[in-house]
Design a binder for this molecule. Sequence first.
Ligand code: FEO
Length: 400
Amino acid sequence: MFFYQQLENDLYRIGVNDRRTARFENMFPMPDGVSYNSYLIKDEKKVLFDTVDASFINDFYSNLNHALGEDKLDYLVITHMEPDHSSAINMVLKDHPDCKLVGNKKTFQFLEQFFGDEFKDRYLEVKNGETLEIGKRTLEFIFAPMVHWPEVMFVLSSEGELFSADAFGTFGAIEGHYSSDLIDMDRAFIDEARRYYINIVGKQGRSVIAILKKLEGKEVKMILPLHGPIHRQKDKIEYFIEKYKTWGSFESEEDGVLIAYSSMYGNTEEAADMLAYELSENGVKNIHIYDVSEYDNSYIISDAHKFSNFVYTAINYNTDLYPRMDAFLRELVGTGFQNRKVSVITNMSWGGRAEKIAEEILEGSKLEKIGETISLKSSLDEEKAAEIKELAKAIADSMK
Ligand code: FEO
């Protein structure tokens, strides 16, 4: 079988959908799957961009062979060496004896670490800014270190096609709509694109801003990422680049409050619910509450980056911070979380250092404290309920 899309006369998407793998990098849930994109240009030279994950080599190979027809590959360009894109490299080189492997010094280092050096004599090493003629197109190699690994490079063709590695990708298998102009990005796309970016690349905001600067002034007519739909319409490309500028700068997208709580017997949950109610009474429209024991951290972290205000609870557990909140806060900090307004609710029945531990974890995150910490003793009472009202007002005021 074969299934691929012809994007232009001589440009094909020959990637695959993965609805079988439960977690990306064995970390992040993918309830709607993911796609591993690979692209083929049939210019005077036949050029393949990246391959796919090891579990889907047969489907990919079938697509490649049908799209190539009688032709043989001249170049295999590797924009990213993570195995979800590089697992079929050796197989392709074996079947295409004149195919050169195009990468940079680090590409080949990682290739050999993962798959050995069987095809060392076919390396074509490029430097940042170098070009390669392939017929009517010239390919320019633009290094994009740490978006998402050190060896990553973008490739911009003289036709305005930008092969962007992991950047501008998303979780979610392609449901027929292979291009973002065929979907409502605000409704069907952006939440999973944000969860993908924040959790996979998020920490490297500076590198993302640096590569966006390198692209300024260059004509980009189409973005071809390694996951998710392509982007070929000007307003969609601009929309997504603006999102990347916001995310890469660690700015919030919207005024809103993310409340992440942990609760053993429901008392801290009640305080979180009461705060949410009072926030609504104060006119706050965007309020999301997550129990860190119930949700995968990747969803909570994504919303924490999205909104202006962050509230967490620090409940004591054997005198330390409740372990699931401890793990959540550490993972949040690991995504570069910063520049937000923060408020805190603590709870203890007989003592502990939960609040202090949480503060230590968040120490380097440049957070602005809003309101006083609300310290519950086991459960809510009238006095604490009044404090929650005050905190809700302070949070709402902080958005004005
Ligand atoms: Fe899609 Fe960084 O791999």
